[in-house]
Design a protein around this ligand. Sequence first.
Ligand code: JFZ
Length: 489
Amino acid sequence: MRKHSFTVITRSLALGGLLLAVPCLAQGPLAGAAGAPESSSTHDARMKWWREARFGMFVHWGLYSGLAGTWEGKPAGTSGGMEWIQNIVKADTDTYARAAVPKFRPKPGFAREWARLAKAAGCSYVVFTTKHHEGFALHNSRVGDFDAGSILQRDLVKEIVTALRAEGLRVGFYHSVIDWHHDQYDYSLSQQLPHPLHGKPSPNGVRDHSRYLKYLHAQAEELVTGYGRVDVLWWDYSAQDFQGDEAWRATELMNLVRKHQPAVIMNNRLFRTPEAGWKSMGTDGFVGTLDWRYGDFITPEQHIPDTGMPGVDWETCMTMNTTWGYSEHDRQWKTSDTLIRNLVDIASKGGNYLLNIGPQGDGSVPTESVAALHAVGDWMKGHRESIVGTMASPVPKPAWGRITARERKGVTTLFLHVFDWPANGQLTLAGVPNPIRKARLLGGGKVTADSRHGIITITGLAQAPNPVDSVIALTLDGPLVRQPGVDRP
Ligand code: JFZ
């Protein structure tokens, strides 16, 4: 159950008979032109492509990418987020820009490489940093001078969006509300949010945070008006002591974005309250509900929730090594087998996987990431239907792997993802009462399925056809019946 709020109920009543006329009135952002709350059906329609997509590519790229985790010839660290290097070395923005700008030299055609890579990997959407905490904007901004237009005479957002669209990919903008460049961003207002000057007096005297907010809103408006359709806005981020309307004029910001992009899907990071799904200052806590006025989905970072997040939309974002922004010192690469199984694990719990690349200062993607994404794509080619357009497993995860599900016209398909092929060659599955229509191995191969005493047994294969994840599609009569606690929206 999602929470209802008094404001919204009052609004619904003010609309007279509408509450009776629309059976599924839920709380939500004030999305309608007349300020009417969004209905569940409108919300579902807006979320449809995203829920089906299951797999997206994240891109962290900015001035930090050229620094590559190195400051004054020494590693700023060998693990962790090097997009934070300015904060790690406590550089003021001028010192930082002087070191970083000369190393940020986007090569021609870099964006096409990203887009082709995302496509080859089987991603449906790409979310990239339009501005990270460092404050450097990748578009050509009329309201500032710390942007690609002013400094490189290029509009990198335009280049990236054009390339993504050419590959038929959905477009997402990551945008940091934290800003280490703007001279009116008042870092003294939060003890919890990072800033290179944290704890030090402001070098330019008292700051007027409302002036920063004007700039933040103006740049956001440029981004949602200058580049065609924007499918996702990925805000980052708030703290318990500084969040929401007070910190960012967040409701107004979301409404501004929705005015220009009515179908946009936004995350919940402009806020940091239980109503917005947050439990603590970590990204692992989750309260079980999300009021859509604060965002459409929850953002677990670098971890996969044990049993998913029943009843809400969520997306796990994850690095391939340990940093978001490129670092020449980070060699802790995950194997492509791990990435594939993570994707399957997440899909089996009803979530999305947003997998990060950190291109270098010239825009080229580390060879390790390219190889891994191609391996994921190779697996996806033969198994796409078991991921894209599927829903969470209706039953808890089996010992041998994971399950994703699909229901169409009263016919249910369970995709049995086998990570560990049983030694006796017999795969068993309990808790699924539907009669079996047929079973087939994705990629070709004969298997037999039998149901006896409520247990389905699949035989016919002595060994795993795919060492990472072999998938058996099990078609069943009747609708998908879920066991309690393993639901999704
Ligand atoms: C944020 C950024 O700081 C980071 O650089 C990267 O962009 C990542 C995707 O998002 O990292 C966070 C944000 C919030 C929390 C932790 C890491 N948090 O609230 O626990």
